[in-house]
Design a protein around this ligand. Structure first.
Ligand SMILES: Nc1ncnc2c1ncn2[C@@H]1O[C@H](COP(=O)(O)OP(=O)(O)O)[C@@H](O)[C@H]1O
Ligand code: SF4
Ligand SMILES: [Mg+2]
Length: 331
């Protein structure tokens, strides 16, 4: 495993590009995304709807909807191997074991025809090859980890017999059951009410800390970022425009898009607010222009912004921004 800044880097994504080949042309959903995640770190990906967060996470799992969608470039290095080079058969051994995903809609992840016991047992049976008493012991342990009350008695329940919050916890239990190296959570609380959401985030964070999991946490909600993430990348129109430690990003945002997003959050209730909208429309991802994609909406635009895409510059060791006005002068 590679070491960076004295920490283990578990996942390294380099120049990832995932395109959809649609009638109108080539839709560049993910267009050169690079980031890394360290052991035990929760890394956030934040941005408005449609900026490419889900396609980034599905690309890591190699689950991009085919045939229209295709990963066309880049590397996804997990534990020293580029997952994009594996055969589909090898990839099946990685999914659920080394990388798990927790999705936003538990009903689409759970099968209504099977009990939650069977569904939690499936990845453990497959990847850990446990059977009989040992298997069920592990299933109960996994459900207890996400605080399903009286887990022993719930094994025979079907998804519809549980509340929305409990179903989401079961999805979490399935994701965590094989102690993956990397857990991806894609807007896992969007369908939950605020109180249930707070409880779920807390137990996910607790389990992540306890198991020392690396996590990619996807959200459009900066309140969730503040609560969950150690570092965060801001995505805009298929690209990462700024990456920093969470505290640093909140205190010292450099990219005009990040500043605009943060300015939309009323200070007092910052933890509960979702992103408000910024004036103007995100660009069309089919044949996007070659210059800064935020330029049409940017209040800090200079002439160069409409000529070339800005390169990434380091504001400090752990803080990067892609903006022609970037670097210490702009922040
Ligand atoms: N199945 C699909 N076919 C064509 N385009 C898609 C498909 N799924 C997503 N897209 C497009 O890819 C872009 C990124 O989508 P997505 O990753 O889901 O965004 P986010 O998760 O940030 O809301 C969007 O422009 C979306 O319209
Ligand atoms: S490069 Fe220019 S247009 Fe783009 S965000 Fe920076 S200042 Fe604004
Ligand atoms: Mg999404």
């Amino acid at each position: 495993m590679m070491t960076e800044n004295g920490s283990d880097v578990v996942l390294r994504v380099e120049g990832l590009r995932t395109y959809f080949f649609v009638r109108r042309g080539v839709l560049r959903a993910v267009d050169g995304v690079s980031f890394h995640v360290r052991r035990g770190e929760a890394f956030g990906l934040v941005g408005e709807s449609g900026c490419g967060k889900t396609m980034t996470s599905l690309s890591l799992m190699r689950l991009v909807p085919a045939p229209a969608g295709r990963i066309v470039g880049g590397r996804v290095v997990l534990g020293g191997r580029d997952l994009l080079q594996l055969s589909e058969r090898e990839m099946q051994r990685v999914r659920g074991k080394e990388i798990s995903i927790v999705l936003q809609d538990p009903m689409s992840s759970l099968n209504p025809a099977f009990t939650i016991g069977d569904q939690t047992a499936e990845p453990i049976r497959l990847h850990q090859r446990l059977r009989g008493g040992a298997l069920w012991q592990k299933v109960i342990e996994s459900l207890k980890l996400v605080r399903i009350p009286a887990a022993e008695k719930r094994l025979g329940d079907y998804p519809h017999q549980m509340s929305g919050g409990q179903r989401q916890r079961v999805v979490g239990a399935i994701g965590l059951s094989c102690q993956p190296t990397l857990l991806i959570a894609d807007e896992p609380t969007t369908a939950l009410d605020v109180t249930v959401q707070a409880q779920y985030l807390e137990l996910l964070r607790e389990a992540q800390n306890r198991l020392q999991l690396s996590m990619v946490f996807i959200t459009h909600d900066f309140g969730v970022v503040a609560r969950m993430c150690d570092r965060v990348a801001v995505m805009y129109a298929g690209r990462i425009v700024e990456t920093a430690g969470t505290r640093d990003l909140f205190d010292n945002p450099c990219h005009p898009y990040t500043k605009a997003l943060l300015a939309c959050i009323p200070k007092v209730q910052a933890e509960e607010q979702e992103l408000a909208t910024i004036d103007g429309q995100p660009p069309d991802l089919v044949n996007p222009h070659g210059h800064c994609r935020f330029a049409p909406r940017c209040t800090e635009r200079i002439e160069r912004c409409l000529q070339e895409y800005p390169p990434e510059v380091a504001v400090s060791e752990n803080h990067q921004v892609s903006c022609w006005r970037g670097g210490s002068a702009a922040c």
